[in-house]
Design a protein. Structure first.
Length: 204
């Protein structure tokens, strides 16, 4: 459930927000302030749950407001204001997270590396990291895109993923599971994956 909905679905007065938005577009500063004051925190939580730190989340929310006010003709459906803002924040948070995680393709699932003792630790870890990269790149494009989206956020927004990847919301979870299974099988077939655990178990 998204942050705004979690905050209180029943409390969201879409008609009131629509009226405030229309008034703000007409130059009513008090209406604009009311919107910002009431929605800033829920939107900030959306960005935070996407995995951003507090400062980055605040920047993302500010960006969403700026885009809203700079929209030339305004929203076609003012009642969709909160959804538009949440979606914009989620997308911007994704972009920020993607930039901060440019190595996501090298380790898309944040798979825990085995604890290995000895002077060859770095070499083993590098080999396993490369195995993850190869396994990830060996998957179908649809799986790569989905796993990258999911890995970028601690709590992925399925509505955004559905829209961005053209997937039905209800199919995202099952598809993710199948993609993970395929990735694991690919990894298990790679002799360099798990080499560190085997070495550690053998005491070598």
């Amino acid at each position: 459930m998204n942050a705004i909905s979690a905050h209180s679905v029943a409390a969201v007065d879409y008609d009131r927000y629509a009226r405030l938005y229309i008034a703000a577009r007409a130059g009513d500063r008090s209406a604009q302030r009311a919107l910002i004051e009431e929605l800033n925190v829920p939107l900030w939580r959306v960005a935070r749950k996407a995995g951003l730190d507090a400062e980055s989340a605040a920047d993302v929310v500010q960006t969403a407001w700026l885009r809203l006010w700079r929209t030339k003709d305004g929203l076609n459906q003012p009642r969709a204001l909160t959804k538009w803002l949440r979606t914009t924040v989620s997308r911007e948070a994704w972009n920020v997270a993607k930039q901060a995680r440019r190595e996501v393709a090298s380790d898309p699932l944040d798979i825990k590396e085995p604890v290995i003792d000895g002077i060859e630790d770095d070499l083993v870890r590098d080999a396993e990291r490369e195995a993850v990269r190869r396994a990830f790149l060996a998957q179908e494009e649809k799986c790569r895109e989905l796993l990258a989206y999911v890995a970028a956020f601690s709590r992925p927004d399925y509505d955004v993923i559905s829209e961005e990847l053209g997937m039905k919301r209800g199919s995202i979870g099952p598809t993710r599971g199948r993609c993970l299974d395929k990735l694991r099988k690919t990894l298990l077939d790679d002799p360099s994956w798990g080499a560190g655990e085997e070495r550690h178990a053998n005491g070598t």
